[in-house]
Write a protein that binds this ligand. Sequence first.
Ligand SMILES: [Zn+2]
Length: 272
Amino acid sequence: MIAAFLHDIELYGLWRGFRDLAKKEGPDADRLAREADAIREAGFEVLRNARSGSLYVARNAEVAREALSLEDRELAGGDPEARRRAIHRIGHLLGYPDCCAEAFAALPRQDDAFVMDRLLAPEPPASLPWLLDFLPPLVGPVIHYPCRLDCPECLQRATRLVDAWETDVPGTRERLRKDLSGPVLAAGRLDFLVLVGAMDGPERATYRGFRTASDYLPGMHPTDAFAAFLAKLPPEGTIEVRGMGALARDASGAVRAVMHGYGPRPRLLDYR
Ligand SMILES: [Zn+2]
């Protein structure tokens, strides 16, 4: 068994039949490309789209070829209805619930800022199951944009996937629970903080530590605006969201970091 299949949520899902296809991009795709021969020997097809750099892994060669041509169709733009169908179909092959694949495909734009803005605009539920924390990149069982923060179909699938993973790699559930639970300040795809602490009101959390996108996956960086907020963030204190902004106070109550209105409305999401 190739180690990547046991320790990568996406490849694990592919190996165990939770999805027909895995798609890797950027440095992840480069890493996996180096293992392509071993992956083929294990019975999978590996194809890379020369145009986008995306790397596809599937058990069925036809699925990998279809994904490649669907991506080309998506990149080509043109007829919006054909583009919508292509995005929906890719989501289906990647194992996303139909509600999420449909919702994502129906958006006028699929860029991160737009999608996050749409997800964070409505008032979030008071708490959310940690299994649904999709923000740390490629950590939890939800690796796509859900149709809503508390999508029930995602929760069902995430539960099944983590149950299986726990059986194959004991200790996985606890590791994930630690990585994914806690209040999360979310303001963009990589503009987030997972706080070690607790909510102490609907829009306020007290924390004694935090993790950022690059703590989960090196090389993942937030926007400059969020990085500027992070640079001033005290190691412990409180975070409050107010309208389109957020502010952080140190333990003495002094305001140390402020961000305001540069992207999606920031939210504190209580994953537990
Ligand atoms: Zn959904």
